[in-house]
Design a protein around this ligand. Structure first.
Ligand code: MG
Length: 255
């Protein structure tokens, strides 16, 4: 079911957005060569406690997970791109790290993700992140009342295809509200002018993610961490946005 939020409710969602943005910024600052993924999870956990926020991940246990997630953060490194379960791993020079974080504040959820390279970057990794960011920007620009959901998807997909990248349609964006995942599903490619008509009050996470040389994925045995099928690296960026009468509000915008 698709739920629309009133302008008052969208205002009430801003603290969650600001909090999630602050955690993503803190993680991006902390991530460095020699930092363990578990330290990043601890940092996010501490910030949740200090803010009186609630993790969307720690008890999350959909059918595909072998067990509840147990951490408050997704950390996906190199050929891992989505849902990376933080484990005892120390970041190495040149690693491409994607962090994905969702939490609720005052009963409203926000969800955001960012990819960074620690240490010496490979130029092709910086380009992959840049393309993902351009696709996110294009998707947000299309998130206007009167457009259709397919306009967002097509905007994302055309940036990817223009950069010679494939698009995987198994995982994409989603509605956000009282819980982390709601309708509609927001695919990262599609047909302009098709699908759900966008109306003021629709709040969605838009989250392009791309792999260097494939659009196919495989799952770790724990059911969580998703990797490229061919070992190539991935990038993932995400914002939670609200559609309005005018410009979309990027609830998880960072300073
Ligand atoms: Mg997310």
């Amino acid at each position: 079911m698709i739920e629309l939020r009133t302008p008052t409710q969208i205002e009430q969602m801003r603290p969650a957005g600001r909090f999630v943005a602050s955690v993503i910024s803190a993680l991006a600052e902390k991530a460095d060569v020699g930092v363990n993924l578990l330290e990043l999870d601890e940092l996010a956990h501490r910030m949740i406690k200090d803010a009186g926020a609630t993790s969307c991940y720690i008890d999350y246990h959909p059918s595909f997970g072998a067990m509840p997630f147990g951490k408050v953060l997704c950390t996906s490194v190199n050929d891992a791109v989505l849902h990376g379960l933080p484990f005892d791993y120390t970041l190495q020079d040149g690693d491409l790290l994607s962090v994905d974080f969702a939490a609720s504040v005052d009963g409203w959820v926000a969800d955001s993700a960012l990819s960074v390279v620690v240490g010496t970057p490979r130029p092709e990794d910086l380009r992959l992140i840049d393309v993902a960011q351009q696709a996110l920007d294009a998707g947000i620009a299309a998130a206007r009342s009167g457009n259709r959901l397919g306009d967002i998807s097509a905007a994302i997909g055309s940036v990817a295809r223009g950069a010679g990248l494939g698009v995987n349609l198994q995982f994409g964006g989603h509605g956000v509200g009282r819980t982390m995942h709601g309708d509609p599903h927001v695919p990262n490619d599609g047909q302009a002018g098709r699908g759900l008509k966008l109306r003021p009050g629709l709040v969605i996470a838009i989250e392009p993610w791309f792999l260097h040389t494939t659009d196919e994925i495989r799952f770790d045995p724990d059911g969580w961490t998703i990797r490229s099928a061919d070992g190539s690296r991935g990038a993932h960026v995400e914002h939670t946005i609200a559609i309005t009468d005018g410009d979309p509000i990027v609830l998880t915008a960072r300073d």
